[in-house]
Structure formats: C-alpha cells, structure tokens
Ligand binder design. Structure first.
Ligand code: URA
Length: 183
C-alpha cells in the first residue's frame, strides 16, 4: 500500500508532498483513529499526528489506556499534506478514499474514532456538527463509529477539553463492551 501511495497521483496534493503519510500504529488494533490530513511535521516525518496536536491526541488516548505503540492505529482521510494546511477538498477526500477503505479492510477494527469535522463528515454523518454530535456513536458497516473534537481545535479552544475527554472515556467504555475485556 505504501509503495502505491508513494507513486500516487490521484489528486493534486501529490505535487506538494514530501511524502505520503499512510498511518502508524499496531496493525491488528481493534481501534482506528482517523484524522483529517497530514500537516507540516507529518509531511516531513511521514507519520500521522507528530506535531503539537498529535501530542495532545497521544495524551488523551493515554488517559484511557490507548497507545499508538500498543493498541491503536492512526491514519487520516487524505494521505498527503494540503498546501498551507487548508481543509482537503471533497474531491481530494474522494480520490483518497480507496486507500482508507483498504486500510480498514486490512486492520478490520471494531471501533473507529473520527477526530474532527472532516473525518466525521466522511465516516459518521455527512452533516456532522462537532459541537452537537461529538461523542455520539453509530454502528456503520459492523463497526462502532464516534466523532469527536480535533486536537488542533482543542489547542485553540481549550474550554472544550473536558467534553472531549468525556468522549474518550465513553469510547473506552464502548471498547470494553465490544472488544475483549482486557483490551
Ligand atoms: N492533523 C490531522 O488531522 N492529522 C495529522 O496527521 C496531523 C494533524
């Protein structure tokens, strides 16, 4: 998959990338976290969520016993960095969708956590509004899906952190219900 991504030219984002960011974590995870798109640091390092928002994401995951080197896989809706960190366009998201679907087929998670509006609108509800629908869960294609705040948004609006933390606690509870109790 990475070899294919390295030569992918399905959308214009390939022109500006240093490298595509496939994802990182444990391939047999029961939980996949899906963000929006690589930023500057991710584009340079080839790994998702390695900047400031990634540190916050890792902290929130750790609070509920989830770690990218132990029991989660992290990826994004689009695999290449949009210029100036703009939102990926619907066309770019659609062009990249097959890669995400293949990752989900390979890992076959029981739970998907969408971080941010772009991800949740693609995987949870096309009209997803984070302030209204964060923490809701739905079963989609046999998987439990939840949308929550993007960590970059939480860095800008830290007053939402307690609500986001509540989502992670609820997620943990759901994981315990649908996965092995020891997860
Ligand atoms: N923001 C995202 O949505 N994904 C990343 O990988 C980094 C920042």
């Amino acid at each position: 998959l990475l070899a294919e991504l390295n030569s992918c030219q399905r959308c214009g984002l390939c022109a500006g990338r240093t490298q595509p960011v496939l994802g990182a974590g444990v391939p047999n995870s029961r939980i996949v976290i899906v963000g929006e798109a690589p930023g500057k640091n991710e584009d340079e390092q080839g790994k998702p969520f390695v900047g400031r928002s990634g540190k916050l994401l890792d902290q929130m995951l750790a609070e509920v016993g989830l770690y990218r080197d132990k029991n989660v896989f992290i990826t994004n809706i689009v695999k290449c960095r949009p210029p100036e960190n703009r939102d990926p366009s619907p066309e770019e998201c659609a062009a990249c969708r097959e890669y995400l679907d293949r990752i989900l087929t390979i890992i076959d998670p029981k739970v998907i956590l969408c971080v941010g509006r772009i991800s949740a609108q693609r995987l949870f509800d096309p009209n997803f509004r984070v302030t209204r629908q964060h923490g809701e869960t739905r079963e989609i294609d046999g998987r439990l899906v939840m949308g929550t705040f993007h960590p970059a948004a939480l860095l800008r609006q830290p007053q939402n952190k307690p609500e986001a933390f509540g989502d992670f606690v609820a997620l943990r509870q759901k994981i315990t219900e649908v996965c092995e109790h020891t997860y």
